[in-house]
Design a protein around this ligand. Sequence first.
Ligand code: TTP
Ligand code: MG
Length: 386
Amino acid sequence: MERVIVHVDMDAFYASVEQRDNPALRGKPVIVGAPKDAKRGVVSTCSYEARKFGVRSAMPIAKAVSLCPDGIYLVPDMKRYIEVSQQIQAILYEFTPVVEQVSIDEAFLDMTGCMHFHPDEETLGRRIKERIKAETSLTASVGISVNKLLAKLASDAKKPDGLVVVRPDQIESFLSPMPLRNLYGIGERSASALLKYGLRTVADVRKRGPAELERILGDSGRRLYLMCLGLDDRPVCTDSETKSISHETTFQTDICGRSAVLACLANLILDVGSRLRKARLRARTVTIKVRYSEGFETITRSRTLKDAFDDDDTIYSAARSIVMDINLNRPIRLVGIGVTNLTRDYQPSLWADEDERKLTRVLDSINHRYGKHVVFKGRSFQKPEG
Ligand code: TTP
Ligand code: MG
């Protein structure tokens, strides 16, 4: 194969971690998202046992309860999932330095230059799955092909615990029966719009030809046609090409007021700051996101600093100055923070305080060793108002 691209995606990730850590949950429908009696909240994910009842990610909890009343409903434990995610990422780096972490449970590997270590693609796929299983007791689905598009479709094709290799001469037969809905970027609405033109599967698109597709759908028709040929030349982008690092929280019960928001931001910064330093990056822009309960109104505000930074204190003080201009006295449903404008420049530290830098190093190393934030600054606790 001209390129060897691997897509790894954990099976029912949050739910599998819960089942692994609590044997009483194994073989049972487990729904991770919110407690059963929650008035609000959505399903983050659910075990394959729960999927038999029709429960799906992003479904309101109340709907899930109506489909699966005897399910076990859990609140997500993000710190634990992030820990496992980092463990898996470390395993993937044993195979190649070219790893692109796409989400908490999913990554692409470019194995093109590393295939001399493995007899063939199937063995490589098995080895990756076995290493993950041995280290985490969890199953992953793996897809291998010549590009990202096909590798991702392949990892999805035999979930859970799947391994699918799509070689160049198998691309047409692999893709043809696939519903267009499965393709990247085609949601339910696009899929039903395409159906109006009689286009349901990849084969339907291929039959029409590129000129016809372009006539009815313009530029996106041409792109769709190329996708249906299985063409995709996007590279696997390693960490250094990360564009932003962010984290957000949706509250079970609305929060309100400056001190609650600041405490929440301080907590989110623990994650964002440590990821920034771990990636050996610096940022220049801090962005805050606040979603109010009423009408789902969402606002984002940014501040760009003159000098690049990677310390929690700078992020926190930028965040604090941003929220000064935001109305926080309305019920708030979600708070998020992100850093962008990332650089890899290693100019001498511009931190005001060298002691602070040492402190951060110590905190990072302790927190890294324990895989979670066991030590942090007092601002993460909410102070009483006033
Ligand atoms: P996915 O890989 O989409 O789902 P999954 O791993 O639970 O199940 P599978 O891959 O076997 O189909 O997402 C990974 C995790 O991301 C998932 O465990 C929970 C979280 N997630 C959400 O919080 N909300 C969502 O809407 C989705 C799709 C995922
Ligand atoms: Mg997954």
